[in-house]
Design a protein around this ligand. Structure first.
Ligand code: DGL
Length: 250
């Protein structure tokens, strides 16, 4: 392994491409392998054991490709097994969690809506995060499984339908911010900013990417070359959609 070794980035499917996009914007000189597990999507309705088994298989696959770090571009997979993966592999493993802290630090008594998968919202990791903030803020959690499916099934361009689905997950009360606690949901950020301009839309992608950059810097692992992206998927038919989704964010 050396500075030009790739960074492995994975998700339960194609949502993590939004994280890959931020990674490439911030560190274009790096070589990336993005692995989408679309064959086993969604993770949000699976058990911890099922998700962990898939994550170990994906990380073993990355290790065979000599990656220098792994980004779990999936809040659900992070809640299920980030600690176990960190024990199992000696390279840096970067996880993700809903950016609730960012929303709460905006001010006192914030009204915050958190969208994530059912799994993320019922896991201990999120319950512990809520405990830190719920005394001072009003936090409402909503699981949004359809928003994962729309990305996997390439329906983002059906804007009217997308807006209907997004509206169905917006409660009637007012909120200061909406935390996108699933990487699939970041694809809706620009539509949401137009639909609900008074609500601040927050995602965890930049925080995650900056964290990786710090770790690579500390370990003298930053690359200086040209940079590249390889898309892999457990469903070969999703490779062209992966590239389209990456372009969609440009
Ligand atoms: N993209 C994933 C996340 O960030 C979850 C989608 C799924 O249910 O598989 O949580």
């Amino acid at each position: 392994m050396n500075t030009s070794s790739p960074i492995g980035v994975f998700d339960s499917g194609l949502g993590g491409i939004s994280v890959l996009h931020t990674l490439v914007q911030t560190m274009p000189q790096e070589n990336y392998i993005f692995f989408g597990d679309s064959k086993h999507n969604p993770y949000g309705t699976k058990t911890k054991e099922e998700i962990t088994k898939r994550c170990i298989e994906i990380c073993d696959h990355f290790i065979q490709q000599d990656v220098k770090a792994i980004v779990i571009a999936c809040n659900t997979a992070t809640s299920a097994c980030v600690n176990l993966l960190r024990k199992r592999y000696s390279i840096p493993i970067i996880g993700m969690e809903p950016a609730l802290k960012v929303a709460c630090e905006i001010g006192d008594h914030q009204k915050i809506l958190v969208w994530a998968t059912d799994f993320t919202l019922r896991e201990k990791k999120f319950a512990d995060l809520m405990k830190q903030f719920e005394a001072n803020h009003e936090i409402v959690k909503v699981a949004c499984p359809k928003l994962v499916r729309l990305v996997e099934e390439n329906q983002l361009n059906d804007v009217e339908y997308v807006q209907d689905v997004l509206s169905s997950y917006l409660p009637h009360q007012n909120f200061d911010s909406l935390v996108l606690g699933c990487t699939h949901f970041v694809f809706y950020k620009s539509i949401l900013e137009k639909m609900v301009p008074s609500i601040l839309i927050i995602d965890g992608n930049t925080g995650t990417v900056n964290h990786l950059k710090d770790i690579l810097t500390q370990n003298h692992l930053l690359n200086t070359g040209k940079g590249s992206i390889v898309f892999q998927n457990s469903l070969e038919t999703k490779i062209s959609l992966s590239k389209e989704l990456f372009e969609y964010l440009k």
